[in-house]
Design a protein around this ligand. Structure first.
Ligand code: CTP
Length: 406
């Protein structure tokens, strides 16, 4: 589990978004973390300590005079074994307190007394005007300078009926952000373009040809790259998946649309990772109207033409411009070692990831083989996110060397 062994201090301050903190607490525990909840007085107007204790499985702290701590120093003891403090929801008033070093309740005092290297992460939740007020923005700027990490806020409908920035992120998004905070930032400052999923080649307005790719591997690579600090643009064929938090997604259907979207976005990208299972052919004589079944039993005379090879096109551009560093995926059905090595050469790319298509499409785990100029390396069977994180790490090492020669 992603947070196994991690000790998280979950701070709640006053805001309607406290209802999301209950779900967050549960999600953190399910991800393997042990959660110590600390609430302000204002938070207890929105949710009870009983609920948070039941969900975290640990007594909740809210007073700096709490006699349950042996040495009576809750503000010190609570953070000393912790791996992160996450304040969710974090009110405008609590941002003010953090920015000014206030210590007039247990939560603000333990934040001021935390070890310097302990990450302080905040998920703001407030009315749009409160968020945009210059006073709040001054506090936010100060806190960012002090190394406090902000998760959100998001924009949208607010409990007060107004609309705009200030909504707290959803529990699942906060979980993803927290997990990301523990990943090494090996791609910090890098822009990464990724294709994922199948393509859909129309036969007529209601029918088409596609393949069994679910998009899971491409989406896992997008999430892992973002966790590693990259700015990620995901160009996706039709899938049932939600875009990973913080990843920008462009939806396409056909290989030609995917090609056009990639070519429009490729400028300025450091890395291109082609994970999509792109259709090699499209229907050349697709019908504009729905084709009708014939009474005489005759079947449509479909003609095919070849789609552009997106990866090969970008790789040819790289040979002139130096960037992006190109990574391909090979879905084979047999003879992976020979076909993978040959495909890397043919596509003219430095790194190719091979897998057996029908063993991975739609699955949650996979085995992959990395092919580069030195041969091949097997990454043994694991869930796709773990493999994606290993791949991101391998790409970052190669990118460092590659950059030296550009
Ligand atoms: N690819 C692409 N555009 C295409 C076809 C493939 O960008 N029109 C990319 C895929 O995203 C993948 C790599 O090329 O990264 C290899 O795809 P694959 O389907 O395994 O190989 P093909 O090049 O299509 O060759 P073949 O089908 O003959 O194995």
């Amino acid at each position: 589990m992603d947070l196994t062994g991690k000790k998280i201090v979950l701070g709640l301050t006053g805001g309607v978004a406290c209802y999301k903190a209950a779900e967050l607490c549960r999600a953190l525990s399910k991800a393997g973390a042990s959660v110590q909840v600390v609430m302000t007085d204002a938070a207890s107007h929105f949710i009870t300590a009983v609920t948070m204790q039941a969900l975290s499985g640990q007594p909740v702290f809210s007073s700096q005079w709490d006699p349950r701590v042996d040495n009576n120093m809750a503000h010190i003891d609570i953070t000393r074994q912790a791996d992160a403090i996450l304040i969710a929801p974090c009110s405008a008033d609590f941002l003010r307190k953090l920015a000014h070093g206030a210590c007039d309740d247990l939560l603000s005092t333990l934040c001021l007394a935390k070890p310097r290297m302990l990450p302080l992460l905040v998920a703001p939740a407030m009315n749009v005007e409160m968020w945009q007020n210059p006073a709040t923005q001054r506090n936010v700027a100060q806190l960012r300078e002090d190394g406090v990490v902000f998760f959100g806020p998001a924009a949208g409908a607010q409990a007060c009926g107004e609309v705009g920035l200030g909504r707290m992120l959803e529990a699942q998004q906060l979980l993803e952000e927290l997990i990301a905070a523990f990943q090494p930032k090996v791609l910090a400052g890098k822009r990464i373009l990724i294709t994922a999923g199948p393509t859909f080649e129309a036969i007529d307005p209601v029918r088409g040809i596609t393949n069994l790719s679910s998009g899971k591997m491409g989406y896992a690579v997008a999430r892992a790259a973002r966790e590693a600090g990259a700015e990620v643009l995901l160009i996706s064929g039709p899938t049932a998946l939600a875009a990973p938090h913080g990843v920008q997604r462009i939806n396409v259907q056909s290989a030609q649309q995917m090609h056009d979207a990639v070519m429009a976005a490729v400028d300025g990208q450091h890395v291109f990772i082609a994970v999509a299972a792109v259709a090699d052919w499209r229907v050349a004589n697709a019908s504009e109207q729905k084709m009708k079944k014939k009474d005489d039993g005759s079947v449509p005379d479909l003609k095919f033409e070849q789609n552009p090879d997106i990866l090969a096109t970008v790789a040819a551009r790289t040979s002139l411009a130096g960037y992006p560093y190109c990574v391909g995926f090979a879905a084979e059905s047999e003879n992976l070692l020979a076909f993978g090595a040959a495909k890397r050469e043919k596509k003219g790319i430095p790194l190719l990831v091979g897998n057996i298509g029908h063993h991975t499409f739609g699955q949650d785990d996979n085995t992959i083989i990395l092919f580069d100029e030195n041969g091949h390396t097997i990454l043994p069977r694991a869930d796709k996110l773990s493999l994606a994180r290993q791949l991101v790490c391998e790409i970052s090492k190669r990118l460092d060397k590659y950059s030296l020669f550009q």
